[in-house]
Ligand binder design. Structure first.
Ligand SMILES: Cc1cc2nc3c(=O)[nH]c(=O)nc-3n(C[C@H](O)[C@H](O)[C@H](O)COP(=O)(O)OP(=O)(O)OC[C@H]3O[C@@H](n4cnc5c(N)ncnc54)[C@H](O)[C@@H]3O)c2cc1C
Length: 350
């Protein structure tokens, strides 16, 4: 019986281990040099959306949404994702994307942003929403998957580095650290860490319980409800490449001003917590999924949106590792695509 070692117990590794054992794999070891969910997964916004700009990204998220629905509350709250446009060009782009997503079967509709309680929409010229999307606690979902996996026989090894372990198959699911592990195996994985930060406010009185994730299309500023408070994020004006995880206080102040404008109920809300984590970026913001060499399977480079794709990735990767093929088409995500010089086609990296 093959010994499968899954390196990295984040959302991706946990899902692969779970789906491997579910599909009947014999010996599966899920190892993490730290703890379950202690990498990017534990730092995530927890957004789960199917609204992307390219079909490969839409499809992974689409194939994952039922899993989240089945998990349900308190793991997943299906509050929806609303994109607001404040310019004619922004609205045209939203409209184009809406039609494209609808063509792929994602139920994205035009909505009246004025109907969202508490939202300041004086500058908004139009909005779209997908009410199947929502928010989750990424670390909590991951711990639940690990619980289910170990219950079925997966061996969990926390505090164990994958380097030097014996394996028949090694799955590289180390998020931003995947390139390092790859190198020890003679595999070049084009993944660069990018520092991103999040802010949680203190609880906001009167916050609507069903407030969706709100995304400003033009600025990328977005916020979601979390336990009566708000979690804020935004694409940063200057990209911070590297492994340093640091909170930039100027960005925090800027985001609080933006929040006060867009959601006046939260004006003056204090910061409860701010933290930074790492996106594992590939050159085209699509993940790398598939055999990197004999016995080494890559599942990394999720470029800031891997949690929401983890159910579909876990299932497809497990099928491919065990059966040689998966019912989900993984060809867009192969490592080989970079040999031809990939550009940056996924534009909706929030
Ligand atoms: C600020 C921020 C916001 C985000 N928001 C969202 C969001 O809204 N929605 C979404 O879907 N995604 C979001 N993401 C991205 C998401 O967190 C990741 O894509 C997702 O968690 C995938 O995790 P992973 O399992 O690939 O990696 P990780 O969670 O980073 O796990 C990798 C694990 O590998 C372990 N490891 C490293 N090296 C070794 C080794 N040699 N041996 C053994 N173990 C090792 C680490 O300890 C770590 O636990 C966000 C990320 C950040 C940083």
């Amino acid at each position: 019986m093959a010994r499968i070692v899954v390196a990295g117990a984040g959302a991706i590794g946990a899902s692969i281990a779970y789906h491997l054992v579910l599909a009947g794999a014999g010996e599966v070891v899920l190892c993490d040099r730290a703890q379950v969910g202690s990498g990017s997964t534990g730092k995530a916004m927890g957004g789960v959306r199917q609204q992307f700009s390219t079909a490969p990204e839409v499809r992974l998220a689409q194939a994952s949404i039922r899993f989240f629905e089945d998990l349900g509350s308190p793991f997943f709250e299906q509050v929806g994702y609303v994109f607001l446009a404040s310019s004619a060009e922004g609205l045209a782009e939203l409209e184009e994307r809406r039609a494209f997503q609808e063509g792929l079967g994602v139920p994205v509709t035009r909505v009246d942003p004025g109907a969202i309680e508490g939202l300041e929409v004086g500058d908004v010229v139009g909005a779209v929403a997908c009410w199947e999307d929502g928010v989750a606690d990424a670390a909590r979902v991951t711990r639940e998957l690990v619980r289910r996996a170990t219950e079925r026989g997966v061996e969990l090894a926390e505090g164990v580095n994958a380097v030097g372990l014996e394996f028949d198959v090694l799955v590289v699911a180390c998020g931003p650290w995947s390139a390092d592990l790859g190198r020890t195996l003679g595999v070049e994985l084009p993944i660069r860490p990018l520092c991103r930060q999040l802010v949680d406010t203190v609880p906001v009185g009167g916050l609507a319980l069903d407030l969706p994730m709100i995304v400003e299309a033009e600025t990328g500023f977005h916020f979601r409800p979390v336990d009566g408070a708000l979690r804020l994020a935004m694409a940063e004006p200057t990209l911070r490449w590297g492994f340093e995880e640091r909170v930039d206080d100027e960005l925090v102040s800027d985001w609080l001003r933006r929040l006060a404008r867009r959601y006046p109920l939260a004006a003056g809300a204090e910061v409860a917590r701010a933290w930074a984590g790492l996106y594992d970026m590939t050159p085209d913001a699509h993940p790398i999924i598939g055999w990197a060499r004999e016995g080494v399977y890559a599942a990394c480079g999720f470029s800031g949106h891997g949690f929401m794709q983890s159910p579909a990735v876990g299932r497809a990767a497990a099928q491919e590792i065990l059966d040689g093929a998966s019912e989900f088409d993984l060809t867009p995500y192969r490592l080989e695509r970079f040999v031809e010089g990939a550009v940056f086609p996924e534009k909706l990296v929030l």
